[in-house]
Design a protein around this ligand. Structure first.
Ligand code: NDP
Length: 299
């Protein structure tokens, strides 16, 4: 599959991005003595979150950054989490703060996110960053939307004038990806559960971004021949053999026949997320030190 020109290989793209980040970090250390640091806060024992946090810490160290892991028990109070975030806001070794979601019920996630210094908000969820992005200004942008646009640009080049349809309007994927595409001068339509004639709308898309969370909802005959399809969905379904497997929001086999290019699930957008988190941390560290982002990370 790796050599198939229709397949957008997110795993390979992410590996290449991490390698560029490692080069940029080595240059930053030599030239400016700057070693960015990423702090990850995990509250509770959620097994999926534990795996994510472990992988984030591992990749952070591998590219040459400092990794700070903070684990709090499941019954930690909101005040404890807020105090920790305040402490990390003040810590000069920390340039990026990520609080792993979901948080236990007693903790208000919006309050926690709102307490992170926007300049260290590498998840891009703080309302200041959301507002900066919405008004077309420089912002720290959520990692999955950044991944989608990186993959689309890598395949299509200049996105100016491209007809893009984004299916899904969540604050963490749909809306920010639409805003990033607007910034790239796409003509953007956002679809959602009340959209009329969704298949017809999708058929107008040269670039189709699916962020719905419904297994294989987007069918092959919804796709314009030659379109570029970025499938953000991660859905676990049961197979006939009683096992489970991951599928996207797009019916991959049918879509494959029509597309110019498509991200597979798994192996498309998913593997990009941590690489983009590291990318955001480098951006945050450079901004806080008034240093230009290294050239290798600009393209
Ligand atoms: P949300 O549930 O927050 O949003 C889903 C969106 O899809 C909503 O805007 C909803 O519309 C829309 N929608 C739901 N049903 C339909 C329908 N039948 N027709 C049209 N639109 C519909 O999901 P997220 O944005 O958080 O995530 C979307 C998918 O992306 C999930 O599968 C998730 O697992 C995956 N994901 C993957 C990541 C990665 O790293 N690859 C990261 C984040 C998410 P409405 O607003 O009207 O309800």
């Amino acid at each position: 599959m790796a050599d198939d020109p229709k397949i957008i290989d997110g795993k390979a793209f992410a590996a290449n991005l991490r390698s560029k980040i490692a080069t940029a970090l080595s240059d930053l250390k030599k030239a400016k003595g700057l070693v960015p640091g990423l702090a990850v806060v995990l509250v509770g024992e959620d097994p999926a979150s534990q795996v994510y946090v472990r992988n984030k810490a591992k990749q952070t160290v591998e590219v040459g950054m400092l990794s700070f892991e903070h684990r709090l028990p499941e019954d930690a109070s909101e005040e404890e989490v807020l105090n920790l975030v305040e402490q990390l806001n003040k810590d000069e070794r920390v340039h990026g703060i990520l609080v792993q979601l979901p948080l236990p019920d007693q903790i208000d996630a919006n309050k926690v996110i709102g307490t992170i210094d926007p300049a260290k908000d590498v998840d891009g969820f703080h309302i200041i960053n959301a507002g900066l992005l919405a008004t077309g200004q420089d912002a720290l942008v959520p990692c999955t939307p950044v991944s989608c646009v990186m993959l689309a640009k890598d395949r299509l080049g200049d996105l100016s004038g491209v007809n893009a349809v984004v299916v899904g309007r969540s604050n963490i994927v749909g809306k920010p990806v639409a805003q990033l595409l607007l910034k790239e001068n796409c003509t953007v339509t956002i679809a959602h559960s009340r959209t009329k004639d969704l298949p017809g709308l999708c058929r107008t898309a040269d670039l189709l971004i699916a962020a719905v969370g419904r297994p294989e909802m987007i069918k092959g005959d919804w796709i314009k021949p030659g379109a570029c399809v970025i499938d953000v969905g991660i859905n676990r379904i049961e197979t006939d053999e009683g096992k489970t497997r991951l599928v996207g929001d797009v019916a991959f086999k049918e879509a494959y026949e029509k597309v110019g290019a498509i991200t597979p699930v798994p192996g498309g957008v998913g593997p990009m997320t941590i690489a983009c988190l590291l990318f955001n941390t480098v951006r945050a560290a450079c901004a806080s030190n008034n240093i230009d982002v290294p050239e290798i990370l600009k393209s």
